[in-house]
Design a protein around this ligand. Sequence first.
Ligand code: 1HE
Length: 262
Amino acid sequence: MTSQQTTGDHLRLEMRGAVAVIHLTRPAKRNALNDALIALLRNMFEQLPPEARAAVIAGEGEHFCAGLDLSELKDRDSSQGLHHSRMWHSALERVQFGPVPVVAALHGAVVGGGLELASACHIRVADESAFFALPEGSRGIFVGGGGSVRIPKLIGVARMTDMMLTGRVYNAQDGERIGLAQYLVPAGQAFDKAFELASRIAGNAPMTNYALMHALPRIAEQSADHGLFSESMMAAIAQSAPEAKERVRAFLEGKAAKVKKD
Ligand code: 1HE
């Protein structure tokens, strides 16, 4: 079952069963992220239809996203600049710590704020046309959408420093190799693969998805002692959900899929 909801000329939400597909719809501007789009993105993740169990973000046209809309990079004093960056933070925080896991389908340019958006998602699928860069360095600015927190977690401080100091561009193969994407697929197949993964995720027990989105990244930031304690709490909550008991029983009765090689 599919339903569509267009939000201005920037975003389109399409429900495909339990998967919310969010399309960036500014291909003429390479899906550059202006303030209106960032606000709409935050609102969309705050108000996803309740039937959504996973989401995909994809860009229309030849590129995923060209980053910050540079035509809006007007003179801002430091206080306005701070609020602008905090607006991005609040929107991308809704993506990362929102109601459902999000899979980014990446093709063409994944640059600047586009890479910041992708790095707020839980899984990144790149097709062979994708390329990754942080041109902020050459534009005389700095990341402001959470990139300095999230991107080093994917590729390390040294690689991010190099990308920003030298303007280094990673192609899709190298991007996948260093951890900017978890999946690499042939050109034109990023959306299909992302949707396949999101559909699988939508079939997980909701508490498992919640634990992976909300507990795992926090546990990973804790000391080992605190992390192990938090893990035990999360494990106890997840395993006591009725759905977990049903799933384990189904396996023991031979009614659930075994783990098998792809
Ligand atoms: C834009 C933007 C944009 C394209 N803001 N308008 N991001 C960047 O520094 C990347 C800038 N963009 C590019 O390097 C290229 O546009 C692309 C490699 C992404 C695509 O190239 P191409 O040849 O397909 O398109 P194009 O001809 O460069 O652009 C088509 C139109 O989109 C053109 O407008 P037009 O009116 O002349 O048709 C471009 O001006 C427009 N366009 N990218 C505004 N980014 C929270 S802080 C985050 C900080 C950052 O993200 S900084 C990095 C910004």
